[in-house]
Design a protein around this ligand. Sequence first.
Ligand SMILES: CC(C)(COP(=O)(O)OP(=O)(O)OC[C@H]1O[C@@H](n2cnc3c(N)ncnc32)[C@H](O)[C@@H]1OP(=O)(O)O)[C@@H](O)C(=O)NCCC(=O)NCCS
Length: 184
Amino acid sequence: MAMLPNLVRYYRRSARDEIGGFLSRGWKKAESQHVTVVDDKSLADVITISERQWDQSHSRALLNYSRIFKNTFYALKRDGEVVGYCLCCIRPRISLRGLHKISAICSFVVREDWRGRGAGRMIMEHVIKEMRLNNVSLMYLYVMMENHKAINLYESCGFKKVDTIGDICQLGSDCYKMELKLSN
Ligand SMILES: CC(C)(COP(=O)(O)OP(=O)(O)OC[C@H]1O[C@@H](n2cnc3c(N)ncnc32)[C@H](O)[C@@H]1OP(=O)(O)O)[C@@H](O)C(=O)NCCC(=O)NCCS
C-alpha cells in the first residue's frame, strides 16, 4: 500500500509530460545562428556536459525528455561543437481562460571552458524569444540559493524569485523558485 502514492505520482508525471509533449507539436522556431535543437548527433555531447555537472540519474532523465521534448531541447554550438544546452519541459496549465502552456527549465548548463563568455545569456535569450513566439504564458525554474551566477543571469532576463523550497534541487538544500511571466 505504501507504494501507491509513488505510483500515482509517477503516472501523474508521465501524463503531464506526454500532454506537454503533445502541446509542443507544431512548435514555431525562432531564427538563431548558433542555437539549434538537440539532435541525435549532439545528444552525446549534451550528456557529456550534463555528466560533468550533475549525477547520472540526471542524464537518464535528459535521455527520456529528449524523446518527449524534441522541439524545446536547445543546444548552443560554436565551431561545430556543443558548448551548452537548455532543456525546457512544456507543461499544461488550466485556468479560467482555458488550457495554456507553461515551460519549466529542467536543465541548463554551459561547458566549463565557455562560462563567463556570454554563452548562457545567448541560450536563455533565444529560449525566452521562442517561448513568446509559441504563446507560452509563464516560464519557471528552481535554482540553488547559492548559485549566484545563475540567479544573476535569470534576474537580468526578467525572472523573479517567487518562493523558497527545500529538497528540490538537492536533498537538504534550499532553492528558489523563479518565474518569468510572458503574458497576462
Ligand atoms: C549558470 C550558467 C549556465 C551561466 O552561463 P554563462 O555562459 O557562464 O553565463 P554568461 O557568460 O552568459 O553570463 C550571463 C550572466 O550570468 C551572470 N554571471 C556569469 N558569470 C558570473 C559570475 N562569475 N559571477 C556573477 N554572475 C555571473 C551575470 O549576470 C552575467 O551577465 P553579464 O553578461 O551582464 O555579465 C553557467 O554558469 C553554468 O553552466 N553553471 C553550472 C550549471 C548551473 O548552475 N545551471 C543552472 C541551474 S539552475
